[in-house]
Design a protein around this ligand. Structure first.
Ligand SMILES: C[C@@](CO)(OP(=O)(O)O)[C@H](O)COP(=O)(O)OP(=O)(O)OC[C@H]1O[C@@H](n2ccc(N)nc2=O)[C@H](O)[C@@H]1O
Ligand SMILES: Nc1ncnc2c1ncn2[C@@H]1O[C@H](COP(=O)(O)OP(=O)(O)O)[C@@H](O)[C@H]1O
Length: 320
């Protein structure tokens, strides 16, 4: 059994997103096509501090007990608390809580999250952290749970966590090769329910230019704003995002970003991901995407607070 695990915790994008209805619990049923994004944070977790190979003293840390296990949790990002509302913490907690009383339970866990992704951006960076921590905790405990069992547990951590678990298991399949059920994992899925119904499907490969306007958008705010709209027809098509209209109207910087991308990039489509404000330019041609990225990254139309990345979606990556 490994004493430490390092994995890339990848973000997701929504190639389609329809919000069907508000449920009595306040959540919403959705229809979405979700796919991996080649951008990621890095989650490192081990049974000893030395096994991480990281100088944890350099970063803010929280020494806590989670379900009777001593956990030292560090993150190179101080704007998010390291307590029980952190999605990484909640991922560890969900797995430890579900372990059987007589199951293998480590005495200590050491966790470092290297945050690179923008926060509250519509690309599920936090859910990816939760998913990564669940996969790593499960592996360090000897894989008591299958992928599908982890996905059920993940739904109580966050609506995007079940998909993040499957997609991250697939993308880190050499790290989690012993995980029961990993063979059914895909980087793409049709999503229903609040996000807990995940149907793995064939990926659709795209070159991607991703741009973020340097602001965060609250997912809850966007869902609640949609409650005020009534009598709309259901759109199931690819490259439709029900949330886009509200976010663009409410956040002029997001609208300015989308307008600029549409005017200056030769992408096949530009669509907001999730509740936003991150915008995704999709390219059938990877070469076109790469050449647009080279042109765009230092272009005068890019505002100082905008961030630009070139990556891919819908392909298998072997990172390890
Ligand atoms: C909109 C989507 C589309 O993929 O992505 P993001 O924009 O967050 O990336 C997701 O549905 C976001 O999922 P996630 O961000 O995990 O949501 P959660 O943390 O569980 O919930 C945050 C808040 O969003 C609302 N919420 C979330 C999911 C859902 N199906 N219905 C909801 O109403 C609830 O008000 C909840 O309090
Ligand atoms: N480890 C984490 N990484 C990112 N966000 C986190 C984390 N833990 C808690 N959060 C909170 O969760 C919210 C959603 O985070 P995130 O996944 O980045 O949003 P989105 O899905 O919109 O991209 C943020 O407002 C943030 O404060």
């Amino acid at each position: 059994m490994n004493s430490s695990i390092t994995m890339n915790a990848y973000a997701k994008i929504n190639l389609s997103l329809e919000v069907l209805r508000r449920r009595p619990d306040g959540y919403h049923d959705i229809l979405s096509f979700m796919q991996d994004l080649g951008l990621h944070d890095v989650v490192t977790m081990g049974l000893t501090e030395e096994s991480l190979g990281i100088c944890m003293q350099k970063f803010p840390s929280n020494n806590c007990f989670i379900q009777g296990v001593r956990v030292k949790f560090c993150m190179n990002y101080s704007a998010i608390s390291l307590g029980s509302d952190n999605l990484a913490y909640r991922g560890v907690e969900a797995v430890l809580k579900a372990l059987p009383e007589d199951g293998k339970r480590p005495e200590e866990l050491y966790l470092f999250v290297d945050k690179k992704l923008p926060v509250a951006a519509g690309i599920a960076g936090g859910s990816g952290n939760a998913a990564g921590c669940m996969l790593a905790t499960n592996a360090l405990c000897g894989n008591p749970f299958s992928l599908r069992e982890l996905m059920v547990l993940g739904a109580s951590v966050g609506a995007d966590v079940p998909f993040s678990l499957m997609m991250n298991a697939r993308k880190n399949r050499t790290v989690f090769s012993e995980l029961p059920g990993i063979e059914e994992a895909s980087v793409a899925a049709e999503i229903e329910g609040i996000g807990e119904i995940v149907r793995p499907t064939e990926p659709k490969p795209y070159g991607v230019i991703l741009m973020n306007p340097g602001i965060g958008v609250s997912t809850r705010e966007v869902y609640e704003a949609l409650d005020a709209q009534s009598g709309r027809s259901v759109e199931e098509k690819l490259f439709f995002n029900r949330m886009e209209e509200y976010t663009l109207k409410q956040y002029p910087e997001a609208k300015a970003l989308k307008d600029a991308m549409e005017a200056n990039l030769r992408a096949d489509r530009v669509l907001m991901s999730g509740s936003g404000p991150t915008m995704v330019a999709y390219y059938n041609s990877m070469a076109q995407a790469e050449s647009d990225y080279r042109m765009a990254k230092d272009a005068p139309w890019i505002r100082d607070n905008w961030k630009v990345w070139y990556t891919e979606s819908g392909e298998m990556y072997d990172e390890h």
